[in-house]
Design a protein around this ligand. Structure first.
Ligand SMILES: [Fe+2]
Length: 291
């Protein structure tokens, strides 16, 4: 039995210095002050982490948006938060759009979180692969800087080719794809979609995977993607780990546990939703057998 915990979208925010408020960060800061700072609370994430650690998972996946405006201070605090989750060996991170909010921030997240964002071979290039027993974590980055009011993501041809290879090389493992953006977005999320999601779905349909997990939408979701030979691949989205209350179609804080058992081709994977209630308690909110 391998137990994976999935968290996402911490949105840790620091107060920017005036010089850091130009361009997209300025708009993002206004949005934060008016709305988001009342939603994403670090103490809520602390409650979730306490509950999660109580279940002693074998590994933890964090699918991006650890920070809010990609400020150095946010990266540093997010690193400290990751250390409360576990060691880089036991925690795998993929970045989200807020982790490379502006072009200047691109190298910084990599510098602070490198040990959490590299493969077993030590390479800090996406996609990277981590094997833990008979589970293979295949990590993608959709994080690209975008213009104001945009929150799109992109993989690019090089990562899609690398993904196909990684999925082939880990065949026989329980292959879990980690990605920030969902592989399918409704039309109203056009400005927040993964722009080459069709390319991702094509690779998955040809090369297969046992599970895909994502964040970004701040809500619990499950869709079934086409896999090879008529098979289906579950793609599960998780709420934000820090959301104090449900807000504008987004869920309150929660996380997901996957209990993986068996072996290829007869895997068993159970998905357990853990959700924070209004009174602050965290309870099981649903259980579903995916395989
Ligand atoms: Fe996001």
């Amino acid at each position: 039995m391998f137990v994976l915990a999935h968290v996402s979208d911490l949105h840790l925010a620091s107060r920017p210095r005036p010089v850091e408020l130009v361009g997209k960060r300025g708009l993002g800061f206004i949005n934060w002050q008016r709305k988001r700072k009342f939603i994403h609370r670090p103490e809520i994430a602390d409650d979730i982490v306490r509950d999660l650690k109580g279940l002693a998972p074998d590994h933890i996946a964090m699918t991006g948006d650890l920070v809010n405006l990609s400020l150095d201070d946010e990266y540093r605090r997010a690193r400290a938060w990751l250390e409360t989750l576990g060691s880089p060996r036991d925690v795998t991170v993929v970045p989200g759009n807020h982790d490379v909010y502006v072009r200047a921030a691109v190298p910084s997240s990599a510098a602070y979180w490198a040990e959490y964002m590299c493969g077993d071979d030590g390479r800090e290039r996406f996609p990277f692969v981590r094997r833990r027993g008979n589970v293979a974590l295949v990590a993608l980055s959709t994080a690209v800087p975008t213009g104001p009011f945009m929150a799109t993501g992109r993989l690019g041809e090089q990562q899609l080719t690398g993904l196909a290879r990684a999925l082939d090389e880990t065949r026989g493992h329980f292959r879990i794809v980690l990605i920030h953006h969902p592989p399918l977005s409704p039309p109203k999320r056009f400005m927040r979609r993964l722009t080459d999601a069709a390319g991702l779905r094509r690779v998955l349909a040809e090369h297969g995977a046992e599970l895909l997990i994502h964040g970004h939408d701040h809500r619990r979701a499950l869709v079934w993607l086409d896999g090879p030979n008529g098979s289906k691949i579950p793609a599960a989205g998780v709420p934000s780990v820090s959301a104090r209350v449900p807000h504008g179609g987004e869920d309150g804080a929660g996380y997901t546990i996957f209990r993986i058992d068996g072996g290829a081709p007869a895997w068993r994977c159970e998905m357990i939703a853990r959700q924070r209630m209004d009174d602050g308690t965290i309870l099981e909110a649903g259980r579903q057998l995916l395989q």
